[in-house]
Ligand binder design. Structure first.
Ligand SMILES: Cc1cc2nc3c(=O)[nH]c(=O)nc-3n(C[C@H](O)[C@H](O)[C@H](O)COP(=O)(O)O)c2cc1C
Length: 356
């Protein structure tokens, strides 16, 4: 029986509001009747900044969760299975596999989901000031599936980690150039209504955005700006450890997957690895993306927004400091770092390729 053309297309449209690092929206969805295959778009990977494909897999997990919720709202059960592409990506995280990452089969039926479409459409990160909301965080913790944990990071430690990690990771010219590809400074950038990180969602002052926008009109100018950005970050990386940091007023959190219970293969892989970062199997990271999306929606339902800071995990020294500070066991793998709290200001909605 057909699960309904319009319903599946609508759910695909809504799932496009799933979050992704740099707003790359790396999923490429093909439909054949009631079945969807979801590939990685090779032009939408971040091979320099996300060389373990952690954020890519988290985004695919968030997409899967968003699609499942949207489908359920239309009387459809979506069965999401990981496909051959997952194994390929695990073996070579910097290359887009030709095989799909996910296969989703839809059928008519009542699905058991907690969230609604409207909540997916309303969700958005907020990089403005946040006020800590410990009660909401406590309740969101209670909803986590077994094997996952939301651990608080002391605000002072978090601010110092963010300052050092951001400067250090963007000191690398290849990473800085890659980041610059996804920055949208003015409406003249053709990507402004499609993807990437817009100056207004980053809360950049308008005058600064206009000046930087002059450089991103050509790909050569964009690359040059990326190089200047990396040099500026190299200076910052030297200077910031000497400066006092003001603690965030939000409640910083880290989503941790316990490799010993999330996935048995993962436990072996993690326990057997002698170097950090230990890596969970790609399947487990994908699943963590579903949990991450559920957590952000659960917080949002209680009026709490998040501001992610992946750089804390991307910079090996900061990741090691975080592990030491939180006294993580080897099998405890931090997968997403974000500040949380009630927003002080409204921020604009980010763009999507679908115009959603
Ligand atoms: C896995 C993951 C990592 C992210 N890392 C960062 C980050 O380090 N810094 C940041 O400002 N936003 C980060 N984001 C937020 C994305 O930039 C954001 O989701 C995207 O721009 C779309 O905006 P929206 O979530 O408001 O719809 C991350 C999102 C995901 C899913």
């Amino acid at each position: 029986m057909s699960a309904g053309t319009d319903a599946i297309d609508d759910a695909v449209r809504i799932a496009a509001r799933a979050p992704s690092a740099h707003n790359t929206q790396p999923w490429s969805v093909h439909r054949d009747g009631d079945t969807l295959t979801v590939h990685v778009d090779p032009d939408r990977m971040l091979p320099a900044g996300d060389d373990t494909a952690r954020d890519l897999l988290l985004a695919f997990g968030a997409w899967a969760e968003a699609f499942t919720i949207a489908a359920a709202g239309r009387g459809l059960v979506a069965v999401v299975e990981s496909a051959e592409g997952i194994g390929r990506l695990q073996a070579d995280p910097m290359t887009a596999p030709t095989e799909p990452l996910l296969v989703v089969r839809c059928r008519l039926g009542a699905a058991d989901t907690v969230f609604h479409d409207a909540e997916i459409l309303a969700r958005g990160v907020n990089r403005g000031p946040l006020r800590a909301a410990p009660d909401a965080v406590r309740r969101a913790r209670q909803d986590l599936p077994p094997g996952y944990e939301l651990r608080a990071i002391p605000p002072h430690r978090f601010s110092a980690l963010v300052a050092a990690a951001g400067a250090r990771s963007q000191s690398d010219p290849t990473i800085a150039r890659e980041t610059m590809r996804w920055l949208r400074f003015t409406t003249a950038d053709p990507g402004w209504t499609r993807d990437g990180l817009r100056a207004d969602t980053l809360l950049l002052p308008g005058a600064l955005a206009r000046v930087l926008g002059l450089f991103t009109r050509t790909s050569h100018g964009r690359d040059r700006l990326g190089e200047v950005f990396s040099v500026a970050n190299r200076v910052l990386a030297t200077v910031t450890p000497m400066l006092p940091t003001r603690a965030t007023t939000g409640l910083p959190l880290v989503l941790i997957a316990d490799g010993s219970s999330v996935n048995v293969v993962g436990a072996d892989a993690v326990a057997g690895s002698t170097q950090w970062p230990a890596r969970l199997p790609a399947d487990a990271v994908l699943n963590a993306g579903r949990v991450l999306m559920g957590t952000w929606l659960a917080l949002q339902r209680r009026g709490v927004v998040v501001s992610p800071h992946s750089e804390v995990l991307d910079d090996p020294r900061s990741a090691a400091r975080l592990r030491r500070g939180l006294r993580l066991r080897v099998a405890e793998v931090p997968l997403a770092v974000f500040d949380s709290g009630t927003p002080v200001r409204v921020v604009p909605r980010s763009a999507r390729l679908t115009g959603e």
